[in-house]
Design a protein around this ligand. Structure first.
Ligand code: NAD
Ligand code: TYD
Length: 347
C-alpha cells in the first residue's frame, strides 16, 4: 500500500507519519509538506532514513504538481493533514486559510478522483478536521457527529468548507472517504503559538502569559499521540463515508489549565511555588472567541474501541519534560520570523 500523508512535517502530521512508518514496514509512506513556518523536518529526524519513508517538498495548492505526483506514485490512500491551523493567524490573514485549507483540499480530491477514475476499490481519502467546525457550545452539551456546522473563525470556516467538499465528492463521484473531527491537541513538537507550548516557552523565559479575555473559555484537550492512535484505527477500521469525533473526555477552562501548567513548571524548574502564576496577564480578547468546545467521543469509543491512553496530568508532564529537554528545537523555531509574529500578535 502506498499512502500519501500531507502536512507530515507539522505537529500532528509528524506523529502520524512516525506511527505509520514504524508500525507498517510494508507500507510506502510519502510525506508531502511545503514546510511553512509550522513545518519542521527536525520533527522526523529519527525516522528519515527508514526505507519505507519518503519526504516530498511541495504545495497542495499546486494543481499541476499534485496531479503529476499522483500519476507517478499511484497513492492508494491519502491522509490529509496539511493546513493553516492557527485561529489567530486566520484572523489577520483569512485568504491564506482559504487557499490552503479549501483550494488545497480540492486539488487533492481532484487528483485522487482522476487517478482512480471510477475504480475506487480499496482506496481511501481520509480528511483530518477539527471540532471547531461545530462552532461554540454554551455551558452545557457536547458536539456529536450530527451537530450542525456553525463555524465562527476564518480557520473553522475554511475547515468546515473543506469537510463539505470531501463529503460532496463522496456523494457525487463516489470517492471513499472518512472524516475525523478532533478536539485541541497538545504534546511534543507543537509550534509555540498555540496555548500550551507558547505558555511553556514563556514560563521558561519568565515572560508574561497572555490569557485572552477573562480566561473562562473551555477546551477539550487530547494528547497528540492518542490522536495519532485514533487516526491509525479509523484509517484501518473506520466505515467509509462516516465521520468520527475524537476527544479527550477532558474539558478545562483556560485559566485552570494555565494554573496547572504553572504548578508543574514551578516544580520541574525548581522555582518557588506560585512564581509562574505571577506571570499571568489578562489581555484583549480574541475576536469571535468560541466559549466552549466539548466532544462526545462515544462513537469511536464504542465502534472502534478507542480511548485516550494518558490522563491530562500525565500528558502535560511528558509534554513539559520534552520542551525542557529540547531547548535547541524550541530556540530554532522561535528565532527569526516567529519574533515578528509575536510582536504583532501581542503588542
Ligand atoms: P500544523 O500547523 O502544526 O502543521 C500543518 C502542516 O501543514 C505544516 O507542516 C505545514 O508546513 C503544512 N502545510 C501548510 N500549508 C501547506 C501547503 N499549502 N502545502 C503543503 N503543506 C502545507 O498543524 P497541526 O496542528 O499539526 O494540524 C494538522 C491538521 O489537524 C490540520 O488539518 C488541523 O486543522 C487539524 N487539527 C488540528 C488540531 C490541533 O489541536 N492542532 C485539532 C484538530 C484538528
Ligand atoms: P489555541 O491553542 O490557539 O487553540 P484554539 O483557538 O484552536 O482552541 O487556544 C486555546 C485557547 O487558549 C483558546 O480559548 C484561546 C486561548 N489562548 C489564550 O488565552 N492566549 C493565547 O496566547 C493563546 C494562543 C490562546
Amino acid at each position: 500500500m502506498t499512502i500519501l500523508i500531507t502536512g507530515g512535517a507539522g505537529f500532528i502530521g509528524s506523529h502520524v507519519v512516525r506511527l505509520f512508518v514504524e508500525s507498517y514496514p510494508n507500507y510506502n509512506i510519502f510525506n508531502l509538506d511545503n514546510l511553512t513556518y509550522a513545518g519542521n523536518l527536525e520533527n522526523l529526524k529519527d525516522i528519515e532514513s527508514k526505507s519505507n519513508y519518503t519526504f516530498i517538498k511541495g504545495d497542495i495548492t499546486d494543481e499541476v504538481f499534485i496531479d503529476g505526483l499522483f500519476k507517478e506514485h499511484r497513492f492508494d490512500s491519502v491522509i490529509h493533514l496539511a493546513a493553516e491551523s492557527h485561529v489567530d493567524r486566520s484572523i489577520t490573514d483569512p485568504l491564506a486559510f482559504v487557499k490552503t485549507n479549501v483550494i488545497g483540499t480540492m486539488v487533492l480530491l481532484n487528483a485522487f478522483k482522476n487517478a482512480w477514475k471510477d475504480n475506487f476499490n480499496n482506496k481511501l481519502f481520509y480528511h483530518i478536521s477539527t471540532d471547531e467546525v461545530y462552532g461554540t457550545l454554551g455551558e452545557k452539551g457536547l458536539f456529536t457527529e450530527t451537530t450542525s456546522y456553525d463555524p465562527n473563525s476564518p480557520y473553522s470556516a475554511s475547515k468546515a468548507s473543506s469537510d463539505h467538499f470531501v463529503r460532496a465528492y463522496g456523494e457525487t463521484y463516489g470517492i471513499p472517504y472518512v472524516i475525523t473531527n478532533c478536539s485541541n491537541n497538545y504534546g511534543q513538537n507543537q509550534f509555540p503559538e498555540k496555548l500550551i507550548p507558547l505558555f511553556i516557552n514563556n514560563i521558561i523565559n519568565n515572560k508574561p502569559l497572555p490569557v485572552y479575555g477573562d480566561g473562562n473559555y473551555t477546551r477539550d484537550w487530547l494528547y497528540v499521540i492518542d490522536h495519532a492512535r485514533a487516526i491509525d484505527l479509523v484509517f484501518h477500521k473506520g466505515a467509509i463515508g462516516e465521520t468520527y469525533n475524537i476527544g479527550g473526555f477532558n474539558e478545562w477552562k483556560n485559566i485552570d489549565l494555565v494554573k496547572l501548567l504553572c504548578q508543574q513548571m514551578d516544580e520541574k524548574l525548581n522555582r518557588l511555588k506560585g512564581s509562574s502564576e505571577k506571570l499571568i496577564t489578562y489581555v484583549k480578547d480574541r475576536p469571535g472567541h468560541d466559549l466552549r468546545y466539548a466532544i462526545d467521543a462515544s462513537k469511536i469509543n464504542k465502534e472502534l474501541d478507542w480511548k485516550p491512553s494518558v490522563t491530562f496530568e500525565e500528558g502535560l508532564s511528558i509534554t513539559i519534560d520534552w520542551y525542557l529537554n529540547n531547548e535547541e528545537w524550541l530556540n530554532n523555531v522561535t528565532s527569526g520570523e516567529y519574533q515578528k509574529y509575536y510582536q504583532k500578535q501581542y503588542n
